[in-house]
Design a protein around this ligand. Structure first.
Ligand SMILES: Cc1cc2nc3c(=O)[nH]c(=O)nc-3n(C[C@H](O)[C@H](O)[C@H](O)COP(=O)(O)O)c2cc1C
Length: 163
């Protein structure tokens, strides 16, 4: 039987969900079975040969629901290869200091289980999708989308032999 990979993600405004879907679509092209699911919907990780976990960043931290996923599934994650990705405005520019900062955001992930790969991707400001009260101040910022789809797909392809 072939491999089955889970792509799971924590999002507030949907941009991380779209990145998760792009990662999953790219991996599927390699003939791997892939499920895509929000972190809060997963009861267990049974049946998966690897997990790709993505999170949005808010207020210098991965989302609380991503941290809950890490706590809940910590033991199961030790048994299978894991990769992480972040979607955040810090990575709007691929500069060494931004990579350093974003890697710090990922520390709670890395300390749960050492990943085979860490993807750091630029995020979005989309006024229409930022509906929660905490997003109000961010609506002062102009709309922007820093997701580099070719970079995201290349990262996913590179992941396949590592999982
Ligand atoms: C309230 C709020 C706080 C944010 N805080 C940060 C931050 O501290 N660092 C950062 O790099 N990006 C920050 N961002 C940008 C988000 O990471 C970016 O908008 C991302 O695309 C959101 O992902 P989502 O659409 O999946 O929720 C923030 C966005 C919002 C709305």
């Amino acid at each position: 039987m072939g491999k089955k990979i889970l792509v799971t993600y924590g999002t507030m405004s949907g941009s991380t969900a779209e990145v998760a879907q792009a990662v999953a679509d790219e991996i599927k092209k390699e003939g791997i079975e892939v499920d895509v699911e929000q972190v809060e919907n997963l009861k267990d990780l049974q049946g998966y040969d690897g997990v790709i976990l993505g999170s949005a960043v808010r207020m210098f931290h991965i989302l609380p629901k991503t941290r809950r996923f890490l706590r809940k599934h910590k033991r199961a994650l030790q048994e299978i290869p894991v990769a992480y990705f972040l979607v955040c405005l810090t990575m709007s520019e691929d500069k060494p200091e931004n990579i350093e900062q974003a890697t710090k955001f990922a520390q709670p992930m890395i300390s749960t289980k050492e990943p085979v790969s860490l993807g750091l991707f630029g995020g979005c400001i989309n006024h229409e999708k930022m509906t929660d009260i905490f997003s109000l101040p961010m609506k002062q910022m102009p709309e922007e989308d820093h997701r580099d789809w070719e970079m995201i797909r290349a990262w996913a392809r590179d992941l396949v032999p590592k999982m």
